[in-house]
Design a protein around this ligand. Sequence first.
Ligand SMILES: [Fe+2]
Ligand SMILES: [Fe+2]
Ligand SMILES: [Fe+2]
Ligand SMILES: [Fe+2]
Length: 403
Amino acid sequence: MSFNPFKEKGIPIENQVTNWSNLNSKPFNKNEVHPYTRCRGILMNGIEVEAAIFLHQFARHTNDPDVKKDLALTRRVEQQQQKAINWLIPGDQSVLETTIGYEQVAVDLTAWMCQNEPDPYVKQVFDFGLLEDFDHLYRYANLLEMKQGIKAEKLVGKYTEIMPGRPTAEEHRHPYDDVRKPGDKKKMSPQTLMNVLTLVAGEQQTMNFYMNVGNTLEDMIGRGLYLEIGMVEEQHVTQYESLLDPKASWFEMLVMHEYNECYLYHSFMEQEVDPAAKQLWQTCLGMELTHFKMACDLMKKYEKMDAQEMLPAAFPKPIVFQSNVDYVRQVLANQVELTAQGTDFVPKTKLAKDSKYPQYQKTVNTGGAPSDQVIMEHVKKQGKDYRYLLKGEHPVERLREAA
Ligand SMILES: [Fe+2]
Ligand SMILES: [Fe+2]
Ligand SMILES: [Fe+2]
Ligand SMILES: [Fe+2]
């Protein structure tokens, strides 16, 4: 019997708020945790942060006290879930080590979506973003080895390669060139909806993380790297959020958010190898099923809409954290020279005469980019840059040698 989120019984809402000791999760051992358990935790933290912030925004856009009360109730639980999940990270995992996890999430999550995305335009957007986060992983890995003597391969396992992607300094575009074509909720497949909602939340949390922790580094190159990449994450949030349908109402967005949470916990519960994390995903799924039902009831009451006409009874294909080495290499070989022009992607050599890209590049990169400086510094100190290659030399000739 397949899992039907419209029919499954969740944990009653009045039983969902819990005590401090239950929330204070026992952190994992950073040397033993499976890289993809770390990734799932990072992603679900991002999903819960989005849930809380979205519910706050909704509350600020309604004057109905009953709706506000229901939003406050589920929001309190989303906040508790966020704490329980993010507190899995141990105190001895440094900001930089956690950052490697964030970029591994971006790489392997996006790469999975690229290969499981039915809409060709959305897939193209994912491919484009993939190569940028892939490069961030390489830049941070070099900083990590230089500052803490830790090789990032210890964190990513044998799953994800570390080498240049689209060089970060080349990723800075005029804001207009990061806005993509909007989706249409009537035509968008459930898989596309899940992919985009998930990626928006993940990228948004990466953006939040860098804006908050980037200034905890002591050296100027590290501080510079976080602020530079933090600005690219702003571009990524701009890009992915613009794929959503702006015509969806607040209630529809609420239903979609809760369905997405059910879908993700269900996906991760099935594939989790860590028993404590698996238990947490399962408990959270039980909570989300109730949130989803409450959201559907609210939408029905206030907008006379039936969620069953919006979303399928069987979840789309589950998102899986898995190695994507061959896929990433293929996209690198074919798309590393692309940039964006308006809502489309073009090779840098084919930009229109009035393109905003060169001027924006000049403005921000004058005086040098920290993402280049970190590599130069590494080469100066250790004779070469840090890379972790699983399948031979870099597929792009110009990226084989450190600049
Ligand atoms: Fe949640
Ligand atoms: Fe990134
Ligand atoms: Fe990103
Ligand atoms: Fe929820």
